[in-house]
Design a protein around this ligand. Structure first.
Ligand SMILES: [Zn+2]
Length: 552
């Protein structure tokens, strides 16, 4: 008996050593292939998005295909799978690398024909979206132009035709999307998941039940406050458009989806930024909290150029400190917010511990880096920020303080109710793509956004939201980012600064930069996201601080 157990332990030890050795060999090979390849791919993408040239785009695409090939390799995955099943890795960092690589490979382990047909279907749908122009009273309008009409017109008839013109994309793509959803579900089933929604969440280490619980919690916390604000919105819009509140329709809400707050307050934040150097303000702000961004600013591309990508993003080129930001700065509120946002991402990437193994030199989750970006982006409407950055005086800031906060609260609550619709719709869509989706969509819109379905409307209005087709099962991460931004704000105020002023901008407080560096940035992906959040704030992710900040 004794002898047997000694043999068993020995066998166990041998297996452990063998597995560990095998994993180390795998990692060495993985790093030597993936690190240079993904650096090349990032550089190519960066160059293409600045030049806009076909040749540059072709190069970026080619490198991307090569990278995807690495992760769809069946033999490599078999090695990872065997090591994982043996469950013999005990070293914390090795185990974590194994999990991260395993998840990255798993999503690509389906037959190539299926994968390719999905890529093709998605590209076709994207083309239909790009080529679509809303037909509004004989004129063809782009999305931006439709948004402009919805924001500026006060004629119900004009608003209705713009809104309906935009929704006409729905019937063009709806059946394609349903087919795509079914294909995506096939992938999920091949890999042992019930639906593609479940698969997407689980592969990014999110437990669908846990995420649903957070959304329920947030729904309960925000419902009454939103209903109150919705009353304010309706009163304002009814007067502005000269219609009775009970006659307000979806096209009166100044946005195609009512995902952004209508402009019901009079505060004008642009005026504080119109004569300012946004780049300098960003550098000064981050320097004052102890985060040096000068090196990254120097490598970035911050102003408009012909052919250049018109939006903004941050990219970690090599996971070794070469972090760059693309922007198209104009001196206004939006770009101040965006610069603070993107350099929030950039700091996260820059200050990740470079001693970590390569595959862990990433944020814990896409939404944890989103949270940092949102945390700093919010400063652009913060009254104390305007004072500390010498953009206004204290007396004026008192006025901004009340109004600026009201704007932020309205933006947050409006977005949070919209995100509820998106999360619940996608979950139900993948669970049963054959159900009456038009009905489901409007039931969710009425329940969460509290706006009225136009009488007898039975159109695939859900299909007019491009994210459902092209960025599936991802939208909820934006809301999780906002929740975490509020959780950080609370933790830092109470525990780092020992204060009860929750509206600070943290200018001149290097302990804030130090907190983020030590507790959030440095660990990279060495912990799963909720473990990281618990270590950094003493609690798992919760909706209560978001509610505390924006409800009341
Ligand atoms: Zn972001």
């Amino acid at each position: 008996m004794a002898l047997l157990s000694v043999i068993a332990i020995d066998g166990c030890k041998n297996n452990k050593t063998k597995m560990q050795k095998e994993l180390l060999t795998f990692i060495k090979k993985f790093d030597s292939v993936v690190q240079p390849l993904s650096k090349d791919a990032s550089l190519a993408y960066w160059n293409a998005s600045i030049s806009g040239k076909d040749d540059d785009w072709a190069k970026a695409e080619e490198l991307n295909i090569q990278l995807t090939k690495v992760f769809s390799n069946k033999e490599d995955f078999a090695v990872l799978n065997r090591i994982k099943e043996a469950d013999a890795i005990t070293d914390e960092l090795l185990k974590r690398q194994l999990d991260v690589m395993y998840n990255a490979y798993l999503g690509n382990q389906v037959d190539t024909t299926l994968l390719n047909s999905i890529i093709k279907m998605q590209t076709e749908i994207e083309k239909k979206y790009s080529n679509f122009r809303a037909d509004v009273d004989g004129k063809k309008l782009s999305d931006n132009e439709v948004e402009e009409v919805l924001k500026t017109s006060t004629s119900s008839a004009v608003l209705q035709s713009a809104w309906e013109g935009h929704k006409a994309i729905g019937p063009v793509v709806a059946q394609d999307i349903i087919n795509l959803v079914k294909k995506r579900n096939e992938i999920a089933k091949q890999l042992g998941f019930n639906t593609y929604h479940e698969m997407s969440l689980k592969l990014s280490e999110q437990d669908p039940d846990e995420i649903s619980k957070l959304f329920d919690e947030l729904d309960n916390l925000t419902r009454d406050a939103f209903a109150g604000l919705k009353g304010e919105i309706d009163a304002f819009l009814s007067k502005r458009n000269n219609v009775k509140t009970e006659e307000l329709m979806p096209w009166h809400y100044q946005n195609r989806f009512f995902q952004e707050a209508p402009a019901i307050y009079s505060v004008d934040l642009d005026k504080y930024y119109k004569d300012q150097n946004i780049e300098t303000l960003t550098t000064d702000y981050y320097t004052s909290i102890g985060l040096d961004i000068k090196d990254m600013i120097a490598n970035s591309d911050l102003y408009e150029k012909p052919g250049k990508n018109q939006h903004a993003y941050c990219i970690d080129i090599d996971n070794e400190g070469d972090v760059r930001v693309l922007c198209n700065i104009k001196p206004n509120y939006n770009w101040m917010n965006t610069m603070l946002h993107e350099f929030g991402h950039a700091n996260y990437d820059k200050y990740i511990d470079m001693q970590l193994p390569y595959s862990l030199r990433n944020p814990a989750h896409t939404f944890t880096t989103e949270a940092i970006a949102m945390f700093f982006g919010r400063m652009a409407s913060n009254a104390q920020f305007l004072v500390d950055m010498k953009l206004t005086d204290t007396a004026d800031a008192r006025i901004v303080s009340a109004e600026g906060f009201k704007v932020l609260r309205l933006e947050q609550l409006t977005f949070s109710r919209w995100a509820q619709v998106m999360y619940r719709f996608e979950k139900a869509l993948y669970a049963d793509p054959d159900q009456d989706l038009n009905k489901l969509w409007w039931e969710l819109v009425e329940k969460y956004q509290m706006i009225k379905r136009p009488a007898d409307r039975n159109q695939p209005d859900w299909a007019s939201k491009i994210h459902i087709a092209t960025s599936p099962c991802y939208y909820h991460n934006y809301l999780l980012g906002e929740l975490l931004a509020s959780q950080f704000n609370n933790y830092i105020t109470v525990n780092v600064l020992k204060s009860d002023n929750f509206g600070q901008c943290y200018y001149g407080k290097p302990e804030v930069g130090q907190y983020f560096t030590e507790k959030v940035f440095k660990p990279g992906a060495r912990y799963s996201w909720n473990e990281l959040i618990e270590k950094a704030t003493g609690e798992k992710l919760t909706a209560k601080y978001y509610a505390g900040q924006f409800v009341n």
